[in-house]
Design a protein around this ligand. Structure first.
Ligand code: C5P
Length: 307
């Protein structure tokens, strides 16, 4: 793709949750999480160019569903960086989307992480990774992970990260739905299902051991999502998606984040393609994609010199 002179292009990944354990909400209504994020090869690209003010355009998957007003998380990220640094320069942000909107894959969070890094470069703000992560946390619980990428354990609200050791890479089949699910609504359904009495969230050591070993068969036994029941209450047909992945021979299938995307684990790429073909034929998803993980977090792809 040709970018205008002086453009900064940053790529940030979408994520799936290999485990998502959820505790009872705190006084702010937020839920303590114990989660394992994995960044996968479905990306958001943000191309930032110099401008007098802040503005935004979007193309790609679900582009028409992305708000381009002040509520947009990428614009909020740019504004937060301006406020934090006192920089008055503006930027035009152009987002090229691959991650579905409201799919439980952190697409908006990836946009925010990419916008932070792109504007930092564009404006020569010179923030280090730690400062960017601190700003990211203020934008949303999943934004820090989109900066760091790979595979990480998230605690707190999902925003306190430690990296996880992972052997090899994993092949996933993603069943993407037509209509997204609202994260707050899924958490509210979790509370209605008894989540207000949920114990403190805890990750099973066996999951982390399986990840280190790089054996998808071992990992498959430990995929878990405490929001699955709530998402199924709101969207019963997701049960058909999980059943279709099971019938297609996936090692296991799990809801990603608050859904509705379902991630099915395969043995290798060839197996992933065969699972994907069967799920596609079952007509339970708008799109069926094959991705790998882990992949890196937000990174500058290229910077064209000039002004
Ligand atoms: O942090 P973020 O803006 O992505 O969260 C969206 C919504 O999801 C929150 O407003 C809250 O309702 C819910 N949430 C939660 N507990 C978390 C993360 C998110 O209840 N740990």
């Amino acid at each position: 793709m040709n970018h205008p002179p002086g453009a900064v292009c940053v790529r940030a990944p979408g994520k799936i949750n290999l485990a998502l354990r959820v505790g009872a909400p705190d006084e702010d209504g937020y839920h303590p999480l114990a989660t394992v994020f994995q960044a996968v090869s479905l990306h958001e690209d943000v191309i930032a160019t110099r401008a007098d003010a802040l503005s935004l355009t979007v193309e790609g998957r679900d582009a028409e569903r992305v708000p381009t007003d002040d509520s947009n998380l990428a614009l909020r990220a740019a504004r937060l960086l301006q406020e934090h640094t006192g920089i008055t320069a503006g930027a035009h942000l152009h987002i090229v989307k691959q991650v579905p909107v409201a799919g439980g894959m952190g697409g908006g969070s990836a946009d925010a992480a990419a916008a932070l890094l792109a504007c930092d470069q564009l404006w020569d703000a010179g923030l280090d990774r730690e400062q960017l992560v601190r700003l990211a946390r203020r934008l949303g619980a999943d934004v820090p992970f989109a900066l760091t990428g790979l595979t990480a354990i998230g605690s707190g609200r999902g925003d306190v990260l430690t990296s996880a050791m992972v052997g090899g890479s994993y092949h996933w089949v993603l069943a993407v739905q037509d209509t997204g699910l609202s994260t707050p609504e899924v958490f509210a359904a979790f509370d209605d299902d008894g989540g207000t009495h949920a114990p403190a969230p805890h990750l099973d050591d066996a999951l982390l051991v399986a990840l280190r070993g790089g054996d998808p068969l071992a990992l498959a036994r430990h995929l878990v999502n405490d929001l699955e029941e709530a998402a199924l209450d709101l969207r019963p047909e997701l049960g058909d998606v999980i059943a279709a992945a099971d019938r297609a021979g996936a090692l296991a299938a799990v809801l990603s984040g608050s859904g509705p995307t379902v991630a099915a684990l395969a043995l290798d790429e060839r197996h992933a393609r065969s699972v994907a073909a069967v799920v596609q034929e079952a007509e339970v998803a708008r799109e069926v994609l094959v991705v790998t993980g882990p992949v890196p977090g937000a990174r500058v792809l290229e910077q064209v010199s000039g002004s």
